[in-house]
Design a protein around this ligand. Structure first.
Ligand code: AMP
Length: 214
C-alpha cells in the first residue's frame, strides 16, 4: 500500500482536487503548504504576514518558512500523507530527505498550459470556509455565493491573471526540474491531467495500484 505520496504539477493542474480524492479514498493526511500558508495568513501570525508578501506576487515563500511548517506536520502524521504543493524546488526536496522523510511515489499531473490558465482564472473561493468553485466547471448554486456559508465568493489574489503568469514562470524555473530529480530516483509516475477530475483520479488510482503490486 502506497502511503507517502507527493503530487507534482503546475499551479492549476488539479493537485488540490486530486489530493482531496486521494485522502478520501486512501485515508492518508492532506498536507497542502498553500492551505497552511493561507491559514497562517488569515490568522495574522508573523509567518502568515511574511508569507503574504510573496504569495500575492505569485512568488515562492522562503524555503526556511515552508520547510519548518511541513516537517512539523509530517512528524505528527501517522497514517501516511499526500503532499500537495511541496516540494516546490530542489532545496525543499532535499530538506525532506535530510529530515528522513521518505516518499514512496511522486505523481506528476501533466496539464496543457492553456487549460491551466482557463482553470485558474475561473476559480472562485469562499473567503470564509475556503471552498473552491469554478465559474464554468463547478459553479456554486447561484454562481455568486458559497453553497455552505452563503457569503460572496472571491477571486484569490494569486488566482488573478497576471499572478497566474508569474506562478507559471516560477513553476517552470523552480518546480519543473523536480520531475527529472524524482525520475532519477525511480519513483516518478506520470498522469495525464487533461480530463475531468474523476477521470484523472481513476488514472491516479491505477498508477498507485500498479506501484503497490510491483
Ligand atoms: P498553492 O495553493 O499550492 O498553489 O500555493 C499558493 C502560494 O503559496 C504559492 O504561489 C506560493 O506563494 C505559496 N506556497 C505554497 N507552497 C509553497 C512551497 N512549498 N514553497 C514556497 N511557497 C509556497
Amino acid at each position: 500500500m502506497v502511503k507517502r505520496i507527493v503530487l507534482l504539477g503546475a499551479p492549476g493542474g488539479g493537485k488540490g482536487t486530486q489530493a482531496k480524492k486521494i485522502v478520501q479514498f486512501f485515508g492518508v493526511d492532506h498536507i497542502s503548504t498553500g492551505d497552511m500558508l493561507r491559514a497562517a495568513r488569515s490568522q495574522g501570525t508573523p509567518l502568515g504576514k511574511k508569507a503574504a508578501e510573496f504569495m500575492d506576487k505569485g512568488l515562492l515563500v522562503p524555503d526556511e518558512l515552508v520547510i519548518g511548517l511541513v516537517k512539523e506536520r509530517v512528524e505528527n502524521c501517522l497514517s501516511g500523507f499526500v503532499l500537495d504543493g511541496f516540494p516546490r524546488n530542489r532545496t525543499q526536496a532535499e530538506a525532506l530527505e535530510k529530515a528522513g522523510i521518505d516518499v514512496d511515489t511522486v505523481i506528476n499531473i501533466n496539464v496543457d498550459e492553456d487549460v491551466i490558465v482557463r482553470r485558474i482564472t475561473g476559480r472562485r473561493s469562499c473567503p470564509n470556509c475556503g471552498a473552491v468553485y469554478h465559474i464554468e466547471f463547478s459553479p456554486s448554486k447561484d454562481k455568486i455565493h458559497c453553497d455552505n456559508c452563503h457569503v460572496a465568493l472571491i477571486t484569490r489574489d494569486d488566482d488573478k491573471e497576471e499572478t497566474v503568469r508569474s506562478r507559471l514562470k516560477v513553476y517552470h524555473e523552480n518546480t519543473a526540474p523536480l520531475i527529472q530529480y524524482y525520475m532519477n530516483k525511480g519513483i516518478l509516475q506520470e498522469v495525464d491531467g487533461n480530463a475531468d477530475p474523476d477521470t484523472v483520479f481513476e488514472r491516479i488510482k491505477q498508477v498507485l495500484s500498479d506501484v503497490a503490486n510491483r
